[in-house]
Design a binder for this molecule. Structure first.
Ligand SMILES: Cc1cc2nc3c(=O)[nH]c(=O)nc-3n(C[C@H](O)[C@H](O)[C@H](O)COP(=O)(O)OP(=O)(O)OC[C@H]3O[C@@H](n4cnc5c(N)ncnc54)[C@H](O)[C@@H]3O)c2cc1C
Length: 381
């Protein structure tokens, strides 16, 4: 169980208990089947909405809990600690990334139309930045949204999109003018029941097996100009403003998943007998676990500091990049060492450490790779 921390109050702890109960009753019994199917059951979204796990930071008039990002963080931590990386990523993209854009940039009409559905689970949201030809370099996005009077015609292809199979609404990053680079990018809300929209296959992955990650195709999809999210041409600036929260989210999920790997490894090394004694009795085991314990404590302290800064609207892009870089890299080192203590059992999928190891790998890639984080941090030395 995750340790209680001073960054949270009683209300957060109540939400934490709700997430724990939800995992036990609505996720754990189906999780293996979802991993085999490569997707969660759609009904889990409605169930998560019904108990208040979707977009808890949204105002109550839109069906949210009127909370702050700390409420979101509690949901992330508990799902990541439960080791259900697929649903955790799907919900996190919806809650921590997509809802963030709608809350900050959405007009009243857009919030009424979509945010209410997002808090209830009726509307699953995805964000589509990455394309087959560009990922890290967002300025090279080629998807176009051409203005035709009061309509926009969206054409292009996106890939690696989380919630790609289940989504009802996609925040598409598209080029609305001929200007190259950052200028000319806009965010366009595209409902997936519009003609010209198509989903590609649900991609097979190394980890996060129950998360639906897909290619999406836009073949002249027409939407009214009211579907622009934020002013035309300000898409890149909006991304730069919202990406720090996404990166903090990934730092938090890495901390919680790493903590889980550490806790089950301590337990295993206490019980596994080798040469007549438990594995934890070797000095090598104890010293390596001590190093990991120290890394976890330091990581939590920094993440909590970032949570407080974000609460005060003081989290900088550099803070968030440091959290993402350090926590996800530590997560990778930690699961590798923990798996080693399981010997051959660590390589077997029926052991949770095996899944935690596979699920950890993407943390250093999506939401901006470790190399991009170093690039961003080094800009303000
Ligand atoms: C499971 C999963 C879910 C995802 N979900 C989403 C989603 O919901 N929405 C979405 O839009 N995207 C999503 N992505 C895409 C993800 O954000 C990109 O994969 C990521 O940003 C990297 O882009 P890329 O794959 O094109 O790699 P590339 O940009 O091609 O990078 C290749 C390599 O070059 C390095 N590199 C690139 N630029 C530099 C540089 N300037 N300096 C040094 N090294 C550099 C990278 O670090 C990397 O090692 C997801 C990806 C995965 C795997």
């Amino acid at each position: 169980m995750l340790k209680r921390r001073t960054v949270y109050n009683e209300e957060h702890e109540l939400l934490r208990n709700t997430v724990r109960r939800f995992v036990k009753s609505e996720i754990a019994p189906h999780f293996d089947a979802w991993e085999r199917a490569g997707i969660v059951d759609r009904s889990v979204w409605d169930k998560a909405g019904a108990v208040g796990l979707l977009c808890p930071q949204a105002a109550t008039e839109y069906g949210g809990a009127g909370g702050t990002f700390k409420h979101n963080a509690v949901v992330i931590e508990e799902l990541a600690y439960a080791g259900v990386a697929g649903p955790q990523t799907d919900i996190s993209v919806h809650n921590d990334v997509c809802a963030g854009y709608l809350i900050r940039l959405g007009t009243e009409a857009q919030k009424r139309r979509w945010l209410c559905g997002m808090t209830s689970g009726k509307t699953v949201c995805a964000i589509a930045m990455t394309e087959p030809g560009t990922g890290s370099d967002l300025q090279s996005i080629a998807t176009r949204a051409v203005r035709l009077g009061e309509r926009l015609r969206v054409s292009g292809a996106k890939t690696f999109i989380s919630n790609g199979q289940h989504c009802d609404l996609v925040i598409v990053v598209a080029r609305t003018s001929d200007e190259s680079g950052a200028r000319g990018l806009s965010l366009v809300l595209v409902e997936t029941d519009r003609p010209g929209f198509a989903r590609g296959r649900n991609l097979e992955k190394l980890g996060h097996l129950s998360s639906d990650t897909s290619e999406l195709f836009f073949d002249g999809v027409e939407v009214p100009v009211e579907n622009l999210l934020g002013a035309e041409g300000t898409g890149f600036a909006s991304l730069m403003q919202e990406l720090p929260q996404e990166r903090l989210t990934l730092g938090i999920s890495s901390m919680a998943a790493a903590q889980k790997a550490f806790d089950i490894t301590c337990e295993y090394t206490r019980t596994r007998q080798v040469f007549g004694g438990p594995v934890i009795d070797f000095q090598n085991t104890r010293y390596k676990l001590a190093d990991l314990k120290a890394e976890l404590e330091v990581g939590w302290a920094f993440v909590d500091q970032c949570l407080e800064r974000h609460d005060r609207a003081e989290l900088t892009a550099q803070d968030a990049s440091i959290a993402k870089l350090w926590c996800t890299e530590m997560h990778g080192r930690l699961v590798d060492q923990c798996l080693q203590f399981f010997g051959g059992y660590g390589f077997m999928r029926e052991y949770e450490i095996c899944r935690l190891y596979a699920d950890a790998r993407v943390q250093r890639i999506y939401g901006g790779t470790s190399e991009i984080m170093r690039e961003l941090i080094s800009r303000n030395l």
